[in-house]
Structure formats: C-alpha cells, structure tokens
Design a protein around this ligand. Structure first.
Ligand code: G6P
Length: 585
C-alpha cells in the first residue's frame, strides 16, 4: 500500500533521492504519487495521478524532501488527494499511511479556521498538527495530535522552518536509515538498502525527530526521550533486479528451484524448536491473508494428518477466535511481508493472550519477525510482483518439514523438498513450459476458470484460482472436489476450463471422478497429476512427491496465471486495485 520515503542531509538533490526511493516502493501498489522539498522556509511540491514510470522531478535543489505513493482509501484518485499535503502557511507538509478513523469530528472543528483542499483524512491530521503547532514546537504538536487521532497510522511531517523530519506511528511500518551526515526514512526496508545498512525500526507509539546529523526518539504518549536502537544489517539483502526476465512475477517463479533447494537444507534446529512448541500446545492456529492463508490451510491439513489439532484462520476473521485463545495454544503466523495489518493485529492479540507466536515470514526485521517468539525466514529474497509466488512455495516447503518432523521423519521431508526443487526446475523449460503457454493462449478469453482439488490439493486449487484472478482478471474459483455437486457444477459449460489437481494420494480416485463429472458437462479438463488419464484433455505430469506434490502443482498454476495475464496484454506485476503489502484494514 502507500509507500513513504524521506531524506534529510548533506546532498542537495533530495527530490531525486526521494523519487528514486519511491520507485523502489512502487511494487507495494499505488494509484498516485507526490514529492515535496523544502525551499527556504516553505514547501515546493509536485503531485501526479498514475504510475511514476520514467518520471523525472523538476523540483528545486534542496537537502530535505519527502515523498509518497498513495493507494486511495479516503477520497478518489486525484491530484488534489495525492500526498504530500501542505498546511495553510505552506511550511509543514505531511505524508500518511493508514486511516484517521475520527477524521469527521476533527474536521468539523478544524474547518472553521483551516482551508481544506482535499477529501482526505490525511489533511485533517495535518491541520490538527498545524493548529497544535501554533503554541508549541512542531514535534510536540505532532505528538499531541497523534494522541488525539484514532486508527492505525504512520505520519511523517516535513518541517521547513526547522530542517527536520518528524515521524510517528501506530501500526504501519516505518524504518529510519542512519547515514553519515544524512538520514532517511521509509515505509520499507528494501528502499533504504542502497543508502545504508544501519537502521532503526520505529516501534508503535514512538516518535522520531530526524535531522541531518541526529535521530532523537520519544515515547509518543508521555514525551519521554528514548534511546534509539540502531541495528546493523549484516545480511546480503539485495534489491531484486529483473535480469533476463520480462516481469518480476516470471523471475520470481523461476527463483523457486533455488529457494526450495536451500530450504531443503534448513537447519533441523529451527524446525525442531517449532515442532516442540506444537507438540506441547493443546492446539495450533495457523493464520495468513490471501496467498498466505492458503499456505496456512495446507499446514492445517498436514498437521492434522500428523495427528495434531490445527486450525487455519483467515487473518481478517481471526476475531471470532478471540475468546477461545489460551496460553496453551500455539500460533503460526504466515506472511511474506510480515506487515499485513490483519496479521499484525492477530500477533498483538495472541501476545496479549500470552500465546507463543511463530512468525514465518520473508522479511527480516518486519513487524511479524520482531514480535514473534520463534522465527522462520522464508529466505526467498525480495518478492516484488504484487501476486505472491515464491513465498507461497517456500511456506509449503517449511510446513511440510514441520509436519514430517512431528512424526520424526524430517529427513524424508527434506528429500521430498529437494525433489520438488528439481521437479520445479523441470517445469520451467522445454516442453512443459511451451505447453503451459499454448494452453494459456487457448483459454485466454475464457471468463470463468475453475480449479478443484481434494485434501492438500484443495488449498492449491484455491491458490490457483487466486493467482489467475489477481493477474489476469479472469473469474476463477477454487473448490474442494467433493463440493462440486453442491452447486458449482451448475456453472460448467461447453469448453469451461477446469483445472483438476490430482496427486497420487488417497483422494486420487475421487479427484478423477470429479474430473469425469466436469467433463460430462462440457468442461475442458486440465489435469495436474503424476499419471495421465483419458479424462484429461490436457495433462501436466508432476512427480509423486507425497505432500510435497503440492509444490510443482502450484508452480504450474503460477505459470498458467502469468501466461494468461501476458496473453491478455496485462502487466502481471502490477494488477489493478491490488497492493503488495496491505497495511490498512
Ligand atoms: C496482499 C497481496 C497478496 C498477499 C497478501 C498477504 O493482498 O496482494 O498477494 O498474498 O497481501 O500478504 P503477506 O505479505 O501477509 O503474505
């Protein structure tokens, strides 16, 4: 969602530095953008609707700048609603991520004395800060205003009168990059890596006052000074590059064999510490959003098969379990970004209930990573495309190892994951790759596509449909094979593509029966299975890797979704209306 980047320091091309930072945040998803710089004691800004693309900035030289990519919540996608917003005197500007829930009553009071130029809740917060700053320093005014607004918010103020950036947050992520004679702030660690590897993660309820040579930290509630904890990142986090690929989604699908192979060598100690927790717990909840929620469901099946009580929850619905949570239960939270608001909310609740939280995430230092008691990193490298691919199969690989370790079979799981890595490699070139492209061209104009699977293939069917929806905008639905007769089969018509995921497990016969039922109604049956069957019109052969068969099946689905999007002339990296990191409710 909204991306934020700010610079203060010795260089005088702040606008370019900020623009460059915003480009690195583009992958989060946005619909408009803007930059502001300090000029004398006033603000100069430019704002635009649409993508940054090859835009250059014409803003004047300055050593202090702030920028924002906006994903609209309050107020339409217009230049007037794009951030940064400026106060009446044009000496303060504000960028914001989140939602000011009590903006209406606040605006009613402020509107008498302040000129409102947009429909945003952000501008309400800005004028509130401005009104408070009439009698006290801006840092204190921001603190008082922050304590008056409700909701999960990150605010960054550029104060042109004092050469400072001020940041405060509750919920939305913010990271300060500490340089020499210069400092940075961003909503995302990846955007800082070209500048520095020394960072301060701003925690909820903290306020930072940032000048070129110093970062001061305060508790936002009390105003008490805090000691900033500067962390040196000693890991090789590289900004992802496209290389020979056309899109990041394609690149990330091709990254998978290496990631899976690495995960097959994940330290047994890491796996064992989590399984010890699961064994001790009365029950294990698995939680995620979007693609991660399907990984959670896969985990639920596997843990149940291993004899452990497990339940998957969709992040946004976790409140229904609030009264049932006890310290004797374990919580596995799955999130590529580690910043999804519903996951962060769930971690906070779980911690309140004194539950032990395992964070399975791709981003070191993310909120989920920092708050979890036990952590497993996906090690998938930066995922840029909005639709998650490599983080999904990485989660499947980890969950498979956890489930096998519960029964003392970790070595077997490791072998299966290594085989899945090789099988995935095999899908990425030669005949299979060509056949997937051919199929995508054939079905690209279909409006409805169905995916079915049973047991561990059910979450893969759901993910298959989600991937197709996200990037190609075709209507796609995933179903449990056994549910077809209870309604969905009414939708099958002549030529309707039906993807049937049929691994060689206890569900094979039933899955093939479902394929026959679909075919009898005219469905075009696309089988993903170790063995061909006359019922399949198109067959993609995958090896029999027991539970890990889900991995190559998911990769075929990803490739198909990618190819359909490309065949439809769409950019799969930046699907309309979607954001990579959903940091507002
Ligand atoms: C957004 C993305 C999805 C992703 C979901 C969860 O909706 O568009 O691709 O699956 O967030 O993200 P997370 O970072 O928590 O895995």
């Amino acid at each position: 969602m909204c991306g934020i980047f700010g610079y203060i320091g010795k260089k005088n091309h702040a606008a370019e530095i900020v623009l460059d930072g915003l480009k690195k945040l583009e992958y989060r998803g946005y619909d408009s953008w803007g930059i502001a710089v300090k000029k004398g004691t006033t603000i100069k800004r430019e704002r635009h609707v649409g993508k940054i693309g090859a835009a250059k900035t014409k803003l004047p030289v300055s050593n202090l700048g702030l920028g924002h990519t906006r994903w609209a919540t309050h107020g339409g996608v217009t230049i007037g609603n794009a951030h940064p917003h400026v106060d009446c005197a044009n000496t303060l500007c504000l960028v914001h991520n989140g939602i000011v829930e009590n903006f209406r009553p606040l605006k009613e009071k402020l509107v008498k004395k302040h000129k409102f130029l947009s429909e945003t809740d952000t501008e309400v917060a800005l004028h509130l800060i401005e009104s408070k700053a009439q009698k006290q320093p801006v840092a204190r005014a921001l603190r008082v205003a922050f304590n008056q607004v409700t909701g999960m918010n990150a605010f960054i103020v550029l104060n042109a009168k004092k050469d400072e950036l001020l940041a405060v947050k509750n919920g939305s992520p913010l990271v300060i990059g500490v340089g020499k004679g210069e400092n940075f702030i961003a909503s995302d660690l990846w955007a800082l890596l070209d500048h520095t590897n020394r960072v301060i993660f701003l925690e909820d309820g903290q306020l930072a006052q940032i000048s070129a040579g110093q970062v001061k930290l305060f508790d936002a509630a009390s105003g008490k000074a805090l000691k900033p904890q500067v962390k040196r990142l000693d890991w090789q986090a590289q900004q992802s590059r496209l290389g020979r690929f056309h899109h990041f989604m394609e690149k990330e699908i091709y990254d998978q064999p290496k990631i899976l192979d690495d995960l097959s060598r994940l330290s047994p100690g890491t796996i064992a510490s989590v399984t010890r927790l699961i064994k001790k717990a009365d029950k294990t909840f698995l939680l995620g959003c979007g693609t991660a929620s399907y990984a959670a469901l896969f985990g639920e099946y596997l843990l149940n098969f291993s004899g452990y009580d497990a339940q998957a929850i969709v992040g946004s619905e976790f409140q229904k379990f609030a009264r049932l949570l006890t310290p004797k239960q374990a919580f596995l939270m799955l999130s590529q970004s580690g910043e999804t608001i519903d996951v962060v909310d769930a971690v906070n609740l779980a911690k309140k209930k004194k539950m032990r939280v395992v964070g399975i995430t791709n981003v070191l230092g993310s909120t989920l990573y920092r708050k979890s008691d036990l952590k497993i990193l996906l090690g998938a490298g930066q995922e840029v495309a909005v639709a998650s691919t490599k983080a999904f199969t990485a989660k499947l690989a980890i969950l498979t190892q956890l489930a096998y370790q519960l029964n003392g079979n970790l070595d077997e799981a490791k072998k299966l994951i290594a085989q899945a890595a090789r099988a995935t490699q095999g899908l990425l070139s030669g005949k299979v790759r060509a056949d997937i492209k051919k199929l995508a061209t054939k079905i690209k104009d279909e409006d409805d596509i169905f995916a079915v699977g049973r047991l561990t293939s059910f979450p893969i069917a759901l993910e298959t449909a989600l991937k197709i929806k996200e990037v190609s905008y075709a209507h796609a639905e995933g179903y449990a094979g056994g549910e077809l007769k209870h309604g969905p089969i009414a939708l099958i018509d002549q030529g309707t593509p039906c993807i049937v995921i049929a691994p060689k497990d206890q569900s094979l016969t039933d899955s093939l029966s479902a394929a026959h039922e679909l075919k009898a109604r005219g469905g075009l049956i696309i089988g993903i299975s170790p063995q061909n069957d006359p019922v399949f019109d198109v067959h993609f052969k995958v090896p029999d890797l027991k539970e890990a068969s889900a991995i190559p099946a998911a990769v075929i689905a990803q490739l198909l979704a990618y190819d359909i999007a490309v065949a439809r002339g769409l950019n799969p990296d930046k699907p309309r209306n979607l954001a990579k990191s959903v940091t507002v409710r």
